[in-house]
Design a protein around this ligand. Structure first.
Ligand SMILES: [Zn+2]
Length: 452
């Protein structure tokens, strides 16, 4: 058993003082003692928050961060960014993917994200043929999770078409492509990879409505009767227009009408919804997986969080393209997007709580649900995934309890995250992952080779 002591901890029941968490060797919280004297503890820190689940990542895209910020022919958009991304990934090997994912996961942990849902679609070799082991790229992701210690929900992506109506994929998409039968084999392999990790979960991710047909979508969903289901949806207005031209329906409307969208689903982005779509998604119990930094970087548009939360919708946060990995900035960007649009303040809020606390509570609950794992709350039976804030950070001095969350989210960044544990194992101390130097050297070599 590991016993961790905190002066203050945000438990499922609210803030408590002098808290000892007892965590078993497999990483699960088995006892919580409040008003404890902290004796015989293995480790201690000032404040314990549940670690933040990151519900949407393409780890390899971390290597592209900051490299697509030059105006091209004057019509740059999500679609021209995608061309830059396609060009880059032609050269990425399994060893490169391992090094890039290790760096991305290291940064996530240092930012306070204790788990990640990896939306993994870079499956095959550069010529589009599967590797000898169909799960070779997936193995690199699994190894990166093991090396860094981050909690993993593995989402193998099914990608078969390039456009609504079943258009054939383009040559630049060949590394992603499977038919349902081969996808089934990949899924089996990924189940085995995840089985070798501590508490990993496997789901399925149809890439987008563009990338599947109604038949293939139903076929692959039948492969997993349980586990999370994630899909990119309604990120761009062009995607909405193309879906309307194909089916006469908007993407979220089409999905809800043709598939049983329930609590297992995470609709990533869902940026462009009509009022009725938004209300139906809120009523479905599914999670909207918001990626505010990436959505701002790609110029996607603004999610209507004010109405969605008021209608009982569930939200979670993802780092998506990993252009910047910072949990506080994701939440701040989300709230600020609403303030800029509505010309108001404290919009994703609740009169009973501060905005930072309310936002954090929302994305913990939505994040745990979308991850399909026992995380997001410090309670018996859940994982010991914990972050501690540096209460002596200039932005946090003078705050306490919910105020620490407000100061971290609105006035600081990852530098306010001091320590972090996953499954009760300490991975971050004084803001640095225990293997940062090694992972950074490995990443540096990889990027130099890919950039040569
Ligand atoms: Zn994505």
């Amino acid at each position: 058993m590991t016993r961790l002591y905190f002066n203050h901890a945000l438990l499922a029941s609210g803030w408590a003082a002098n808290v000892t968490l007892e965590i078993n060797p497999s990483g699960t919280i088995v006892a919580i003692e409040t008003d404890s004297d902290g004796e015989n503890c293995d480790d201690r820190a000032e404040v314990a928050l549940p670690g933040l689940p990151n519900v949407h990542s393409h780890a390899f895209q971390r290597a592209l961060a900051g490299r697509a910020e030059v105006q091209g022919d004057g019509t740059d958009s999500f679609w021209t960014w995608r061309q830059v991304m396609y060009k880059f990934l032609e050269r990425v090997t399994p060893t490169d993917l391992y090094a890039i994912a290790c760096m991305a996961y290291c940064e996530m942990l240092e930012a306070g994200m204790t788990s990640v849902c990896e939306f993994h679609y870079l499956h095959h070799g550069p010529d589009g043929h599967p590797y000898g082991d169909i799960g070779e790229m997936a193995q690199a992701i699994g190894e990166a999770a093991k090396t860094t210690g981050i909690g993993l929900t593995f989402l193998p992506v099914f990608y078969a078409q390039s456009q609504f109506g079943g258009a054939d994929p383009g040559p630049q998409q060949r590394r992603f492509i499977n038919d349902p039968e081969r996808f089934g084999k990949l899924l089996e392999r990924i189940d085995a990879i995840a089985g070798s990790l501590a508490d990993a979960r496997v789901g399925i991710a149809p890439h987008s409505l563009r990338a599947v047909t109604p038949d293939s979508l139903n076929q692959i969903l039948a492969f997993k009767p349980d586990g999370p289901l994630h899909i990119h949806i309604a990120e761009q207005t062009k995607e909405v227009d193309d879906c309307l031209a194909w089916s006469g329906q908007r993407p979220v409307e089409w999905l809800i009408d043709h598939v049983n969208v329930d609590r297992r689903w995470c609709l990533v982005h869902a940026t462009h919804m009509s009022g009725p779509e938004r209300r139906r998604l809120a009523a479905s119990g599914a999670v909207a997986g918001l990626c505010p930094i990436t959505e701002a970087n790609l110029g996607d548009g603004t999610f209507d969080g004010v109405h969605f939360l008021a209608e009982g919708g569930r939200i979670a946060i993802g780092s998506d393209s990993n252009v910047l990995i910072d949990a506080a900035e994701e939440l701040r960007t989300l709230e600020y997007s609403q303030r800029l649009r509505d010309q108001g303040r404290n919009l994703l809020s609740n009169p009973q709580k501060s905005t930072g606390r309310h936002l954090y509570d929302q994305v913990l609950a939505g994040g745990a649900q979308a991850s399909g794992r026992h995380i997001g709350r410090l309670s018996v039976g859940n994982r010991g995934d914990i972050l501690s804030l540096d209460t002596s950070h200039p932005a946090l001095i003078g705050s306490n309890l919910d105020g620490w969350l407000d100061s971290w989210i609105f006035a600081a960044n990852s530098s306010a995250v001091s320590d972090l544990w996953v499954g009760g194992r300490r991975l971050v101390s004084a803001g640095q992952h225990r293997d940062r130097q090694t992972l950074r050297a490995q990443y540096s070599q990889t990027i130099k080779r890919l950039s040569a």
